[in-house]
Design a protein around this ligand. Structure first.
Ligand code: AMP
Length: 400
């Protein structure tokens, strides 16, 4: 089945045409700077050369029309006609408590995604721009919303309720929602497939380590706890986000150091993490380079990063009771073998022993634990677009 997967941001659209049965990417690309004077489109069919076009892209409708024109272009297209697109799968960041799984998009669903926008003000309205453009441009083609949060809706109250006051949860929806759900689900399912066991019988800890990071405890293919929460700054340390910090510091900064709420927000979301400690960059490669060149702050940033990840893995090992596998994914998890080595150096405590040689790989699906390791360690490149395509098929009743 040919499914167009769309990840729409406020000024960008990432797209991928997926053959969901084989998992093959037929074409894909990115539109950037939508609404600005100088826009840009990148398009690639299969493994062909990337085509880059600079042109103004006034809005998302125009952007999507460019995508569709390229997909059916006689020279570099991947479709004979638009009729071959059987469905569109949309990434939507926040589904709140309402959406426990992907859903066929109807006018009511659009209203509910709008209602959830207060929890993801930067993302949900932007996701809706892509949804509206697809409805307009591809008449009669079903659209499915796949939420970052829904995979985590299986968490028990003990994982999602914050010990503030009950009313804050019950009346105002302050609870842990979790994010990166599509990635965690894909990686957990791939981990089971690689180990040759049904996911229903496995306890897996998925470490999605990218610019944004989260760790999830997955029991029997279902999320039972995750490190991101109501928002996206808690949990482990990230590129520019602090992860868990003592809220007393933030209150003190506002009460006694004259910082406004928006300055504190800027601090914890944009100036902290790898960037804040290393003083070099939010990018793991730059921080590793600086550490190799002798920067003590960069070394500390790497040690802090590994320490936070390890503590979550240890905590979730206890939550799960026993662990079958720990899997690393996303930019850092897939590629950063040095930091994986540092993280795994502490995992003997849960019965996981790294094969140092096997671990020296980037961007490949691989078991990287020693043969006698009780807990398997794996690297699995994430594929959120394929997972969105598979979920889209499932919701349309075309896949069991
Ligand atoms: P993502 O948000 O998943 O795209 O991941 C971005 C992060 O992955 C950045 O911090 C990159 O530095 C990191 N990354 C990408 N390639 C490598 C690599 N070869 N080694 C270490 N980190 C990497």
């Amino acid at each position: 089945m040919k499914i167009l997967v769309i990840n729409s941001g406020s000024s960008s659209i990432k797209f991928r045409l997926v053959e969901s049965t084989s998992g093959e990417t037929l074409a894909g690309g990115l539109l950037e700077r939508i609404g600005l004077a100088e826009g840009r489109m990148e398009y690639r069919r299969g493994s062909d050369e990337k085509i880059r076009t600079d042109l103004p892209i006034p809005n998302h409708q125009f952007g999507l029309s460019l995508v569709l024109r390229n997909l059916t272009d006689p020279a570099h297209g991947a479709l004979g006609s638009l009729n071959e697109i059987e469905a569109v799968g949309h990434r939507v960041v926040h589904g709140g408590e309402r959406f426990t799984q992907a859903v066929l998009i109807t006018p009511e669903v659009i209203s509910e995604i709008e209602e959830n926008s207060f929890m993801a003000p930067l993302h949900n309205p932007a996701n809706l721009l892509g949804i509206r453009a697809a409805i307009e441009m591809l008449e009669g083609v079903p659209n499915v919303a796949v939420f970052d949060t829904s995979f985590h809706q299986t968490m028990p109250p003990v994982a999602y309720v914050y010990p503030l006051t009950w009313d804050l949860y019950k009346d105002r929806g302050f609870r842990r929602y979790g994010f990166h759900g599509t990635s965690h689900q894909y990686v957990a399912e791939r981990t089971a497939a690689i180990l040759g066991k049904p996911v229903s019988g496995l306890n897996i800890i998925v470490c999605h380590l990218g610019n944004g990071s989260s760790i999830t405890a997955v029991r029997g293919g279902r999320s039972i706890d995750t490190s991101l929460g109501f928002g996206t700054m808690c949990g482990v340390m990230m590129g520019t986000r602090s992860g868990d910090v003592d809220p007393a510091i933030l209150l003190e900064l506002m009460e006694s150091h004259g910082m406004s709420a928006s300055e504190v927000k800027d601090l914890v979301y944009k100036k902290s993490g790898l960037l804040g400690i290393s003083g070099v960059s939010s990018d793991m490669r730059d921080v590793e380079q600086a550490a190799d060149a002798g920067s003590e702050r960069a070394k500390l940033a790497l040690d802090l990063f590994a320490d936070k990840v390890r503590k979550y893995i240890g905590g979730y090992a206890v939550t799960l009771g026993s662990v079958d596998a720990v899997t690393f994914t996303a930019g850092i998890g897939e590629n950063g073998w040095e930091i994986r080595e540092t993280i795994c150096a502490g995992l003997e405590a849960i019965g996981a022993r790294l094969d140092v040689e096997a671990n020296r790989c980037r961007g490949q699906e691989r078991v990287v634990s020693a043969p006698d390791s009780r807990v398997k360690l794996l690297v699995v490149p994430t594929n959120e677009e394929l997972m969105i395509a598979i979920e889209t098929e499932r919701i349309l009743g075309l896949r069991s």
